[in-house]
Design a binder for this molecule. Sequence first.
Ligand SMILES: Nc1ncnc2c1ncn2[C@@H]1O[C@H](COP(=O)(O)OP(=O)(O)O)[C@@H](O)[C@H]1O
Ligand SMILES: [Mg+2]
Length: 411
Amino acid sequence: MVGAVTLLTFLLFSAFQINEWIESLTGPHEAYQIDELPLTLLTMALALAWFSWRRSRQLMEQIALRLASEEQYRMLFMENLAGNLLASMDGAIQLSNPAAARLLGFGTADEMQGRSLEDFYCDSTQWQAHRSALRGGGKIELPRLELKRQDGRIVHAVAKLSVQPSPLHAPELHMYVADITELASMQSELAEALEENRRLSQRSMQVQEEERRNLARELHDELGQSLNAIKVDAVTIRDSHGNSAEVQRSAKAIIEVSGQVYDVVRGLMRRLRPVALDELGLRSAVEYSVEQWRRRHPAVRCSFAAEGELDDLSEQMNITLYRLAQECLTNIAKHAQATEVAISLTRVGAGEVRFICQDNGQGFDTAPRRQGLGLVGLRERVEALGGQLDLQSAPDQGARVRVSIPLKGSP
Ligand SMILES: Nc1ncnc2c1ncn2[C@@H]1O[C@H](COP(=O)(O)OP(=O)(O)O)[C@@H](O)[C@H]1O
Ligand SMILES: [Mg+2]
């Protein structure tokens, strides 16, 4: 091109003898050195040509760089495993990557062109809300968005919407979507499994309690009665005079063994408590606990008094009163250093049960909050039944726990 222009210039210059013409024009003004002008202009033209060539090379480099970075962005946009969409502010899709097309049920990204984002929202009011929120720019992050595929299936996605304002063209809406349907269904499956687990373990505890109750009843009713019958028969044999000494010895042995077996049975029943409380009666359950406690603490005088009808209380009531006695005795053993303890369980008329445990030990200051959970737990149990727990103690003044629980159905 440059060569052609040069040749054309030379031909024109030689055809019209332009140099001679310029010389004839500038000759008369040689005094002003105007004849030097053509060469000067030529140099300037060359300099300008070099300058513009350098500038155009720089521009080419810049364009190449920009194209390369655009290609990178295009790659990131198109090849992303998550869905990317560009749309106008009214939701018309301008560009989509294959992942977004797949997510929304299309074969290729081109099929998405021109469709409206609104059509993919399960809830179009949600789309309206997002669109108006984005009008002022900014972004919306959605940890859970329900989208509708073109085949009607629902996709659970995590999404991000943002607006890119531009000085050159209308602002663009960018939507990023990732499919979490599998994750969401796994989550709900997990929640269901946990719930089922909870129900199962509750049921198994129920079954366990029922089984324990049955076992305790069997032990008490069947084995206890049979042992008693054996013992009574053995006593009759032992005491009848017609029997030989050997028979009487055997009868004595039978009495002894049946006594031992009965002790084992009682031990087993104790292990099955307090679930078996309502089967065996509160009074004897507490009495037995007190008895065991006395055995472990022979230096302490411990009295137990039960008054009134205590056999018709609810299971929850029985367990609460039983636990009260247990915890109070444990506390006295652990903290009180008492020599005397008095426990009473009284049915007051038809509407109330009272429990009192008093000791003459070292007592304690009840004002500060304490770390133990025993007394707190007792209060909770009592209050759950609509009752009251009153704790009185002071250093060197012993301690007294007084509980009153109303019976259900009473005014
Ligand atoms: N009969 C008592 N005599 C003296 N101090 C007691 C008695 N009962 C409870 N306490 C005091 O009250 C605190 C709280 O008791 P509790 O809630 O049963 O917790 P824990 O027995 O686990 O310490 C005990 O640590 C003890 O200092
Ligand atoms: Mg305690």
